[in-house]
Design a protein around this ligand. Structure first.
Ligand code: SF4
Length: 224
């Protein structure tokens, strides 16, 4: 399994923001978001092939950790992802999977953190067509939402994105209390500017606002 990085940090996003967690970041993605904040797992995938045993061994460095976040890239396309989550369960870890929700696999998971990619994520060039075709998979989203505890986390770059979010939520008949809006941006200044209007939208629509604590704490750096 190609792994870009394994590190111990604070969960920065979503309903578990603030929880110390071990992050296992797989390398490789079936999408190519134009603003991808981990291009070393998508546009230019990097990393080392690791056995499941070698991945688990790294947890010996963090005996205090009760949470693991499997992220990417797109962890749901990683070979052996199902077996890896079973091993996490054997270690009694709380398992979050961060996914764009385009692929289903019968993983073991306590929180399916689904971040469907909106139209503003689509790049120009050769990746435009496959990205646009793949980015929303309603049947996969419905299955993930019905089989796991979940949150729907949208990256928002403009107030205009709300229309697309509303239409997708209607289509999915999603529980609005599980929806979180998060500003797009990889530096604290951009996040602050967008947080100002996004918080007002959350108040108006009844959605939860999600911070990006790791950017506030560490900036846009790898291994955080
Ligand atoms: S789905 Fe995630 S990892 Fe893949 S290109 Fe988009 S932001 Fe990057």
């Amino acid at each position: 399994m190609k792994i870009a990085e394994i590190f111990y940090s604070i969960q920065g996003e979503g309903s578990l923001a603030g929880v110390p967690s071990v992050f296992v970041r797989t390398s490789g993605c079936n999408l190519r978001c134009v603003w991808c904040d981990t291009p070393y797992t998508s546009w230019h995938p990097e990393g080392d092939d690791m056995t499941l045993e070698a991945i688990l061994k790294r947890f010996d460095h963090y005996p205090q950790a009760g949470h693991v976040v499997l992220t990417g890239g797109e962890p749901m396309i990683a070979p052996q992802v199902v077996d890896l989550t079973k091993l996490f369960r054997e270690r009694r870890l709380h398992i979050t999977i961060e996914t764009a929700g385009t692929v289903f696999k019968p993983v073991v998971c306590d929180l399916m953190s689904i971040s469907p990619k909106l139209a503003h994520s689509t790049p120009a060039g050769p990746w435009q067509e496959p990205h646009e075709r793949l980015r929303i998979q309603p049947d996969v989203l419905r299955r993930l939402m019905s089989e796991y505890p979940y949150q729907l986390k949208f990256v928002v770059s403009s107030p205009d994105d709300l229309q697309e979010i509303a239409s997708l939520l209607d289509q999915l008949e999603a529980d609005r209390s599980k929806v979180m809006l998060m500003p797009e941006g990889i530096d604290p200044a951009t996040l602050r500017e967008r947080a100002a209007w996004l918080a007002e939208i959350c108040k108006r629509e009844g959605f939860r606002y999600s911070p990006r604590l790791h950017v506030d704490l560490y900036g846009n750096t790898r291994g955080t």
